[in-house]
Design a binder for this molecule. Structure first.
Ligand code: ZN
Length: 179
């Protein structure tokens, strides 16, 4: 066993940071040090913000977006086009679309894509909610799924499922920006 250089509290901070995407043990240690050096203007506000977020985060009952209210901010926004629903795979895709300002519509988060090899069938995705929403005032469902094979087969499946609904199903060109 290697010698401990810090108390268990800081070690735990480093270990938790290292679980974040894009942070290995080395950069987690750097991040922990940066937080510790900036205790009052970074570490403490961040800890407080995380505690509040952890307590308040909910999944929107209508669209499965992540927010602190349900229905979420997007679902409650009266300025958005109520006739258009944009369908994305993950919350991160929705946030990317929102940042890009591509559309001002209602949203729907599937929670992934169909992937038979990984055992992800239609029952694992938020599909029933979408089908239930695909009726007036909604007129169009815009699929903003990834350009991968799985994303596109999910799009085909959705087109089939929405075939009986009185909505136009369209597709955002060339997938969506990721990040
Ligand atoms: Zn919502």
């Amino acid at each position: 066993m290697s010698k401990a250089t810090t108390g268990p509290e800081i070690e735990r901070l480093v270990q938790l940071l290292a679980r974040l995407p894009g942070l290995g043990p080395r950069s987690a240690r750097k991040a922990a040090l940066a937080l510790i050096k900036r205790r009052s203007d970074l570490l403490e506000p961040l800890a407080a913000a995380m505690a509040v977020a952890a307590e308040k985060i909910v999944i929107c009952a209508a669209c499965a977006n992540v927010d602190t209210i349900s229905p979420c901010t997007i679902c409650q926004d009266p300025k958005r086009d109520p006739t258009l629903i944009v369908v994305v795979e993950e919350v991160g895709d929705l946030w990317a679309l929102e940042r890009a300002g591509v559309v001002s519509a209602r949203s729907h988060v599937l929670g992934g894509h169909l992937s038979p090899l990984d055992g992800i069938g239609p029952e694992k995705l938020n599909l029933d909610g979408l089908i239930a929403r695909a009726r007036p005032p909604v007129q169009e469902v815009l699929l903003a799924l990834s350009a991968t094979v799985e994303g596109q087969s999910t799009a085909h499946y959705l087109r089939d499922q929405l075939g009986a609904a009185a909505v136009t199903v369209s597709q955002l060109a060339r997938g969506i920006p990721v990040g």
